[in-house]
Design a protein around this ligand. Structure first.
Ligand code: XMP
Length: 513
């Protein structure tokens, strides 16, 4: 590929995405590829400025363990091996790897040789904490290597051969617990590999807009806009690239949060695109009448969404390109750059089968979420859209237990708005990754003034998570919860009790349905 970049060879490590994000944080572009799919010829053609080997679960001596040919180290390209990657480097180049008497796991005091180009940061003390997770270790270095770090249990926690620009670290510099880990990655990609740091969202926008124009020519582009971060940023990018050749269809199923449908429409009012909002609430509500089972709700909403979108898209005739907001984590998880995998996100899953189009356009395919947000800001999108928290495709429909009614929707919208406002007022909106209200189907007895009430219990849910696969409930101060509870029971109809969900995921999920 053109331009400076780092190739990350994936050996199955759990932190592969994190390494890529750290490299990008140095303003250097990188791609993660499974080691199996990359040959020496590919590397020659691709000409990366450096290669990073990830960790992995294997032992280098295991049968069929991932490996690379020795010639890879003779191509003159700098290599940084991390964990399994460091052992592999030692093994292939004639060193020795052995099994520790006790595995080393977690924060470990590490002594560094400050002469090693990876460890020159003035903020890195000679002894500092690194994050270890290994059972094997390098027991003898290959010829030409110098030791650069050690721990009580690991005699070669880092090694390097400066003349061949080969570096290996047993610990994980990409994990936050490694003190100055980011500076080590910076020193490798910006120092050893000589990358200048030209990967910025400003540059990306310019290149992406040029590429989209070239590819689309005078063709027509169709986008299903949900108002989520990815599809909103994509709409902004495509609008800058092809203007009115783009049509965005926003299907408003009526389960958005308070004022959200209007906000999405307003956000795009001044953009040079064809924006179609389909208000399909009645259609969705009538299909959901009497439905209480969560999966059935989701299925009906998914199907109805496709039906509404399809009917609208058909009015446009043949479109040339169907744009999707696929981002890099989706690509990596689906096997690193295999042929376009259509997101199984239920909102758009299956759409391309039904809509007549020539090609899929995925301009965000190589961006991480934080980069997508930065690109959005670069393109002039509002903070409300760029920092929008994740919201399930079926919206509030899966946050109302049991059958949906207009009244329940209004109750939930009002309560959710109060909760969000109070979280923002307490300055917690950036640290809590997702927070929302759920209307349970449970009613209980209460007293208001001199009257007995028999009303709904509303649950508040707030979680902290990095990947949404696991989550901790957020430790919101009682004072904030107290204000939320008081305001909700006083200001919202049909609620007389507020509870806070203190379950982690697993075993619970983040959403209630
Ligand atoms: P769970 O409830 O499975 O949710 O712990 C994990 C994350 O996914 C979001 N979510 C969805 N996102 N379409 C989406 O785009 C959906 O149907 C959907 N369902 C759940 C959820 O909000 C959380 O962030």
């Amino acid at each position: 590929m053109n331009g400076q970049h780092i190739l990350i060879l994936d050996f199955g490590g759990q932190y592969n995405q994190l390494i890529a994000r750290r490299v990008r944080e140095c303003n250097v572009y990188c791609e993660v590829k499974p080691y199996r799919k990359v040959t020496l010829d590919d590397i020659r053609a691709d000409a990366p400025d450096g290669i990073i080997f990830t960790g992995g679960p294997n032992s280098v001596y295991a049968e069929g363990a991932p490996s690379v040919p020795r010639e890879l180290f003779e191509m003159g390209i700098p290599v940084l091996g991390i964990c399994y990657g460091s052992q592999l480097m030692a093994h292939v180049l004639g060193g020795e790897v052995s099994t520790c008497i006790t595995s080393e796991y977690g924060k470990t005091e590490t002594e560094y040789d400050k002469e090693c180009p990876l460890f020159t940061s003035p903020e890195l003390p000679k002894k500092a904490v690194s994050w270890m997770s290994h059972t094997d270790y390098i027991s003898r270095m290959p010829e030409g290597f110098k030791k650069a770090a050690q721990t009580w249990n690991c005699p070669v926690a880092a090694m390097y051969d400066e003349s061949r620009r080969l570096y290996a670290v047993q610990f994980h510099p990409e994990v936050n617990h490694t003190e100055q880990g980011q500076s080590m990655i910076y020193n490798f990609v910006r120092g050893v590999c000589g990358c200048s740091g030209d990967w910025t969202m400003e540059n990306y926008a310019v290149t992406a807009i040029r590429d989209i124009r070239e590819k689309v020519g005078s063709g027509k582009v169709l986008l299903a806009l949900s108002g989520g971060v990815d599809s909103s940023v994509l709409a902004a990018l495509l609008s800058k690239a092809v203007g009115r050749q783009l049509t965005c269809i926003f299907v408003d199923h009526g389960f958005m949060r308070k004022n959200e449908g209007d906000e999405v429409e307003e956000a795009f009012a001044d953009w040079d695109i064809n924006f179609i909002r389909v208000n399909a609430k009645e259609q969705f509500m009538s299909r959901l009448k009497g439905v209480t089972e969560p999966e059935q709700k989701r299925k009906i909403i998914g199907e109805e969404f496709i039906r509404v979108f399809e009917a609208e898209a058909k009015k446009l005739g043949r479109v040339d390109f169907f744009a999707q907001g696929t981002i890099y984590p989706d690509v990596i998880e689906s096997g690193s750059g295999d042929a376009a995998v259509i997101k199984s996100h239920h909102n758009v899953g299956g759409l391309p089968d039904h809509v007549d189009f020539k090609e899929i356009l995925e301009p965000l395919r190589m961006l991480f979420k934080d980069e997508t947000r930065r690109l959005g800001t670069e393109l002039g999108l509002s903070n409300t859209l760029v920092w929008r928290q994740p919201f399930p495709g079926p919206g509030l429909a899966v946050r109302i237990m049991g059958e949906l009614t207009d009244e329940k929707l209004e109750t939930l919208r009002d309560a959710d708005k109060i909760f969000r406002d109070e979280i923002a007022a307490a300055g917690l909106d950036k640290s809590i990754n997702q927070y929302f209200a759920v209307l349970t189907n449970n009613r209980s007895v209460g007293v208001m003034g001199d009257f007995r009430t028999y009303d709904y219990t509303l649950a508040l849910r707030a979680v902290e998570t990095t990947d949404f696969m696991t989550a901790e409930f957020s430790r919101i101060p009682y004072e904030v919860l107290e204000v939320c509870s008081r305001r909700i029971v006083n200001e919202v109809k049909n609620v007389n009790r507020v509870v806070y969900d203190i379950t982690t995921k697993p075993p619970a999920t983040i959403e209630w349905e």
